[in-house]
Design a protein. Structure first.
Length: 69
């Protein structure tokens, strides 16, 4: 996979580093627990890196949820 700049990743997470980190960590955990990968990568690639590739390709997106009262 080619290098993806931070600017491109931030665009996918509404320009928030915090949201990007949360999104990537949640997706990496899903991958580590056995969820299928949404991009073609070697099995040697770590789940956190796979999550960032998925975000950069637009396969995983940040979705704002309503706060419950």
């Amino acid at each position: 996979m080619p290098y993806t700049g931070l600017e491109k990743l931030l665009d996918k997470a509404n320009d928030s580093v915090y949201k990007l980190v949360i999104l990537a960590s949640k997706r990496a955990l899903e991958i580590a627990e056995g969820q299928p990968k949404l991009v073609e990568v070697s099995s040697a690639v770590k789940p956190s890196t796979v999550a960032l590739y998925e975000i950069s390709e637009g396969k995983v997106k940040y979705k704002k949820s309503k706060a419950s009262d």
